[in-house]
Ligand binder design. Structure first.
Ligand SMILES: C[S@@+](CC[C@H](N)C(=O)[O-])C[C@H]1O[C@@H](n2cnc3c(N)ncnc32)[C@H](O)[C@@H]1O
Length: 261
């Protein structure tokens, strides 16, 4: 079911921008002052709204996305900045982008906002991203644990009932997949369920890859909902945050800032 912000590209761009300016940027700035000319990479950048606050700080920004349409929109939005060589966009799979990195570019900040839950093999992703980090670089990630009310991304279903019903993506696959089998987004929904990211899985992977967590915030009401639905953001209760399994059902987003030890 599409909300008005899904249909209105301009509105969605500004949702991304406002959330990035008010939450992502200050979250990163808790760790480091962001300087002009620093290299920022957003993986899965869509049309680049998340990058705008960094562009406003005169950083050199790079956006990679699989979608031709999103990157074409981004190129129109940032025509001026692209001409000045301040912003660069690529239609590419992140694995290809990293492997074909001819000029061996490295980045000071890498952003993955609502993206890791769409990419298979999280361990491989973290190992690859590690190759393109500058010294003292950090990575910001925001993602919903897969068991959360809409962790299957079923809100994209055409059928209103299937789009609004929470939690049913947790049902065994033979039930869940038969419920969504006629939806145009079937493959996307199936993949999203299969990637199954949670804070515990994520933390286990990054620990093995020698990363440390600088900051972690878990939200019961995601900051993005302020811009999407006018709701006040609310962090998860501390006692629930400590319950590794239970918290996944009540966390709409968790934000991480990590760096190599
Ligand atoms: C839910 S959107 C998030 C967009 C943006 N980061 C935001 O916060 O609004 C996920 C994006 O990741 C992109 N994506 C998924 N897998 C990718 C991959 N392997 N390489 C590059 N981009 C990918 C998708 O095309 C999509 O635009």
């Amino acid at each position: 079911m599409a909300f008005d912000f899904h249909k209105d590209r301009n509105k969605y761009f500004y949702l991304q921008y406002n959330n990035s300016r008010d939450y992502i940027l200050p979250f990163i700035q808790k760790y480091k002052k962001i300087k002009s000319k620093e290299k920022i990479l957003e993986i899965g950048c869509r049309d680049g709204g998340v990058l705008k606050p960094f562009i406003d700080l005169s950083c050199e920004c790079f956006g990679v996305d699989l979608s031709k349409k999103h990157i074409s929109d981004a190129k129109k939005i940032y025509e001026k900045e692209i001409k000045k060589n301040q912003v660069h966009f690529f239609v590419q799979d992140i694995y290809d982008f990293i492997n074909e990195n001819k000029d061996k570019k490295k980045f000071d900040i890498i952003i993955l906002k609502d993206v890791i839950e769409h990419i298979f093999d999280h361990k491989k992703l973290i190992q690859n991203v590690k190759k393109i980090l500058n010294k003292n670089a950090c990575i910001y990630l925001g993602f919903p644990p897969w068991q959360n009310p809409y962790g299957g991304h079923q809100q994209v279903c055409k059928n209103k009932f299937l789009a609004l019903m929470p939690y049913y993506h947790i049902l065994p696959n033979f039930i869940y997949l038969s419920l969504i089998k006629n939806d145009p987004s079937f493959l996307f929904l199936k993949d999203t369920k299969n990637t199954k990211i949670t804070p515990s899985i994520f933390e286990k992977i990054i620990k093995k890859e020698n990363f440390e967590i600088l900051y972690r915030d878990m939200y019961f009401i995601s900051p993005m909902y302020k811009y999407k639905f006018g709701l006040k953001p609310r962090k998860l209760w501390k006692f629930l945050e400590k319950k590794n399994y239970l918290r996944n059902f009540f966390t709409t987003t968790c934000d991480y800032l990590i760096k190599i030890k």
